[in-house]
Design a protein around this ligand. Sequence first.
Ligand SMILES: C[S@@+](CC[C@H](N)C(=O)[O-])C[C@H]1O[C@@H](n2cnc3c(N)ncnc32)[C@H](O)[C@@H]1O
Length: 238
Amino acid sequence: MMTSVSDPRLNPAHSMTTYAVRGPLVRWLASEAGRGHEELGPYRVLDVGCGAKPYEPLFAPYATSYVGVDPVENPRAELRGSIESLPVEDGAFDVVLCNQVLEHCDDPALAVRELRRVTAPRGRVLASTHGVMPYHPSPTDYWRWTHAGLEKLFVDGADWASVRVTPASGTTACVGMIVAMNLDLALRRLHAQRMSPALVTAINRAAEAIDRRTPRLREPTQPGTLFANFHVVAEVAA
Ligand SMILES: C[S@@+](CC[C@H](N)C(=O)[O-])C[C@H]1O[C@@H](n2cnc3c(N)ncnc32)[C@H](O)[C@@H]1O
């Protein structure tokens, strides 16, 4: 069964403590899904570490096939396997998704080589992973990146026509996310969680406004910046 469009991961509200990750992620994937269709026509999608496949509806209008792979027992996954050894032929997919998976895998360099191996000529990997995020095993949690480290991981790991790494949101959004998470936790402990949505919304909206007005808080090469999530587009030559 496909994820419903009412799934909060597809329509992230500002009241979510992880809005700084989820809001920009959905907008980026929706835009890349359309761009992929303009450039490639109908395409084949592999969703690596697919979990509940929350983003399938964004790609479904353009996809001739949408295959999920996960290393754990997962009724949504068509294939079982890890990112370090994908049970898939070379160049079998045009769009390879890898959302919030790299931080959980044993060997990120091997993972990048595998992502490249299964991507067809003119195809692309769309990956996202964290800069700053509390520990969240699924089933393990090993890694965090800077934009420079993530770019190096992809560029050094395989042969790409281009690699683009962009922060999902700004420094204030990242700090706001951590504050919102801890505030939400405290309110739950105090049995006052009904106050959380309004306060978290206020934090997220204020953070968004500050980042929007201050470009250097969104510029990854500025020392002192901090990002919750990064988006990677790694394209394969024709
Ligand atoms: C945080 S969830 C993200 C799920 C989904 N991609 C999403 O964006 O909602 C992490 C996923 O990565 C999978 N995973 C963990 N280690 C992995 C590995 N070595 N290879 C492939 N997938 C892995 C987990 O089983 C889980 O489905």
